[in-house]
Design a protein around this ligand. Structure first.
Ligand code: HEM
Length: 534
C-alpha cells in the first residue's frame, strides 16, 4: 500500500511539473508574439509527422502556414523555426558566441567522462577540438589528398564497369557510392587502405549503414526522451540496458547471432577503440602500427599527436586555447567521422547522379565543360578544378534542390539576447531552420523558378544564408571542402567515361525518399553508356 501511494505521488508530481512546463512554453511564444502550431502541439505535431513520415516536410508545411518565423513543440520543448535569412545571419553568424552549440539529440550521451565528439561538443570544448581537427581539411591538405581520392575513384570506376557488364537493366549506383565514400574517409582521414569497394559485407561498412537505418527498439526510448526530456538520463540508461540485454542474448541463445543484430553504434565505437589502442602502442614502439597504414599527417595522426597520455580529469586543468584531446575524445571523433562523412557525401553523389540522369541537356553541358578543361587528361590539378565553375554550380544546384541534412542544423541559446525582429531570446531556447523554404524561395533565388534545375543561377551572388546544405556560420560542416573535392573528382571521372541514363526513375516524382537523420533516396537506379572517347 505504501509503495502504491509513493508511486502515485511521484506520478502526480511529474504530471504537475509537465503541466507547469506546458504553461511556461505557451507563454514563451506568446511573449515573442510568435505564431505556430501551438494548440495542436501534442497530437497535432505527432499526427502531421506520422502522416508525412518526414519531420523536415512537417516543418516546411508549417512555414507555409505560419510564415518565416514561428514556433512548434517537441513534447513540451518549444523550438523556434526561422527561415528569414537576415535573422538566420544574426543567430548563426553575428551572435555565434551566444548560439555556439547544437541541441542534444533525444538519446545522446553528453557525459564528458565518456568523451564527446566535435558534433556534440559545446562552448570551449568545441573550440578546442575544432582547432585541432580543422587543419585536416585545409587547402594544402586537400591538394595532398588528391592522389588518394583519385585512387579510390579509380576503384569505383572498375566496380561500375563490372556492374554494367552484369546488369543490362541498370543498377543502383547509390550502393557503390556508399562503399566509395567510406573507403575515402578511411584512406584520407585515417590513413588506412581498405577493400570496402570490393566487399559489400565489410563489417565497418555494414555497421555504418545500420546506424542510419530505422531501429524500432530505440523508438520508444526516443519518444519518451522527446516528451519527458527531464528524465533523459533515465531513458538513456534504459536504452543502454536494453542494448546490453540484447548483446547478452545474442551470445547466449542458440542462433542468437543470426537472430539478434548487434548495436551498430556500440560495435563501431568498440572496434574504433581497438584500432587506436593498436596505433598508440605501435607508435610508442616506434614501429609501423599496421602494415596497411600509410603514414601521412591525416586526421587520426593529428588527433593522436594532440592526445594527452592522461585521463579526462587532467584535461580539465588545460584551458580552451591548448590543443589537447583526451583519448576518449579521439575515439568519439573517429566514430563521428566514420558516419558523418560517409552517409552525407554518398547521398550527395546519389542526388547528383539522379540530376545528371534526369537532365540530359545539363549533363551534356557538364561533359563539354569537363572536356574543355581536361580532355581525357589523367592528372587532376587542384587549381584547374577550382576554375571549373559549371561543375561547382551543378553540385550547388543539386544540393539546393535536394536537401540532405535539414534537421541537424540547429542551435541552442546560451545567454539572453535581444534580436532585431525577434525580441528577447532566453538561454536554452532551441532554434532550427527550414532548408526547403530557404532553398526554394523565389525572392532569394529567382528569376528562374526555383523548381527548375538551373545551375547557372549560382553565377549570381546570393544572400550569405540562402544556400545552407553544409550549415551556416563558424559551426558549419568541417568536412565541406573534402566533400566538394571528392564529389568533383568522382563526377569528373564518371562523365569523362560515361553518359548517365535513367531507368525506372525518370523524374523526381519517381524518387522515393526516406528521412531519419538524413534525407536520402531509397535507391538511384541508372544505366551507364560508354562515351565514344571514354
Ligand atoms: C555533401 C556532404 C555533406 C553534407 C551535406 C554535410 C552537411 C553537414 C551539416 C548540415 C552540418 C551541420 C552544420 C551546422 O550545424 O551549421 C555538418 C556538420 C559536420 N560535418 Fe558534414 N556534411 C557533408 C560531408 C561531410 C564530410 C565528408 C565530413 C567528414 C570528413 C563531415 C563532417 C562533419 C562534422 C565533423 C560536422 C560537425 C562540425 C562541428 O560541429 O563543428 N561532413 N555537416
Amino acid at each position: 500500500m505504501f509503495t502504491f501511494i509513493l508511486l502515485l505521488s511521484i506520478f502526480i508530481c511529474l504530471l504537475l511539473i509537465y503541466l507547469l512546463h506546458i504553461y511556461r512554453c505557451y507563454s514563451f511564444f506568446e511573449q515573442l508574439g510568435i505564431k505556430g502550431p501551438r494548440p495542436t502541439f501534442l497530437l497535432g505535431n505527432l499526427a502531421d509527422f506520422i502522416r508525412t513520415k518526414r519531420i523536415s516536410m512537417s516543418i516546411h508545411n508549417w512555414t507555409q502556414q505560419f510564415g518565416h518565423i514561428y514556433g512548434y513543440f517537441e513534447g513540451h520543448t518549444p523550438v523556434l523555426v526561422v527561415s528569414d535569412p537576415d535573422i538566420l545571419h544574426e543567430i548563426f553568424i553575428n551572435h555565434f558566441s551566444k548560439f555556439h552549440s547544437r541541441r542534444q539529440f533525444p538519446l545522446e550521451d553528453r557525459r564528458t567522462t565518456n568523451g564527446v565528439h566535435l558534433f556534440s561538443a559545446t562552448g570551449d570544448q568545441w573550440r578546442r577540438q575544432h582547432a585541432i581537427i580543422a587543419p585536416t581539411f585545409s587547402q594544402l591538405k586537400m591538394k595532398r589528398m588528391l592522389p588518394l581520392i583519385e585512387s579510390c575513384v579509380q576503384k569505383l570506376l572498375m566496380k561500375l564497369e563490372e556492374n554494367m557488364k552484369t546488369s543490362n537493366e541498370g543498377f543502383d549506383i547509390y550502393k557503390s557510392y556508399k562503399s566509395l565514400t567510406m573507403d575515402l574517409i578511411w584512406r584520407c582521414c585515417f590513413g588506412i587502405e581498405t577493400d570496402m569497394q570490393n566487399d559489400p559485407n565489410d563489417p565497418y561498412l555494414k555497421r555504418s549503414q545500420d546506424v542510419f537505418a530505422r531501429e524500432n527498439s530505440t523508438y520508444l526510448a526516443t519518444i519518451l526522451a522527446i516528451f519527458i526530456p527531464e528524465l533523459q538520463p533515465i531513458w538513456l540508461r534504459i536504452h543502454c540496458w536494453m542494448n546490453n540485454i540484447k548483446t547478452q542474448l545474442r551470445y547466449l541463445l542458440p542462433m542468437g547471432e543470426k537472430l539478434i543484430a548487434d548495436d551498430p553504434n556500440e560495435w563501431l565505437k568498440n572496434n574504433v577503440s581497438y584500432f587506436i589502442e593498436q596505433a598508440l602502442t605501435s607508435q610508442k614502439n616506434k614501429s609501423d602500427y599496421n602494415e596497411n597504414i600509410i603514414k601521412s599527417p591525416d586526421l587520426l595522426q593529428l588527433m593522436l599527436d594532440a592526445t594527452l597520455d592522461t585521463d579526462f580529469g587532467e584535461l580539465h586543468q588545460h584551458n580552451a586555447s591548448e590543443r589537447v584531446l583526451s583519448i576518449n575524445e579521439v575515439k568519439q571523433n573517429i566514430y563521428l567521422f566514420m558516419i558523418a562523412g560517409y552517409e552525407t557525401a554518398s547521398t550527395a553523389l546519389a542526388y547528383i547522379t539522379h540530376a545528371l540522369a534526369t537532365h540530359p541537356e545539363e549533363q551534356k553541358k557538364l561533359q563539354d565543360h569537363i572536356d574543355y578543361y581536361l580532355g581525357d587528361r589523367h592528372d587532376l590539378d587542384y587549381e584547374v578544378m577550382h576554375k571549373m565553375n559549371y561543375l561547382e554550380w551543378f553540385i550547388q544546384e543539386t544540393l539546393r534542390m535536394y536537401p540532405i541534412t535539414s534537421i541537424i542544423i540547429n542551435r541552442e541559446c546560451s545567454e539572453p539576447i535581444d534580436l532585431p525582429g525577434l525580441g528577447r531570446i532566453h538561454p536554452g531556447t532551441k532554434v532550427t531552420l527550414d532548408m526547403y523554404s530557404l532553398h526554394f524561395d523565389n525572392d532569394l533565388w529567382g528569376p528562374v523558378d526555383t523548381k527548375t534545375f538551373y545551375p547557372e543561377r549560382f553565377a549570381t551572388k546570393r544572400h550569405a544564408a540562402a544556400w545552407i546544405p553544409f550549415g551556416v556560420g563558424p559551426r558549419k560542416c568541417i568536412g565541406m571542402r573534402f566533400a566538394l573535392t571528392e564529389m568533383k573528382i568522382t563526377i569528373i571521372r564518371l562523365l569523362q567515361k560515361y553518359t548517365v541514363l535513367p531507368t525506372t526513375v525518370k523524374s523526381d516524382d519517381d524518387l522515393e525518399l526516406v528521412e531519419l537523420v538524413t534525407i536520402s533516396p531509397k535507391e538511384v537506379p541508372i544505366q551507364l553508356q560508354q562515351r565514344r572517347n571514354g
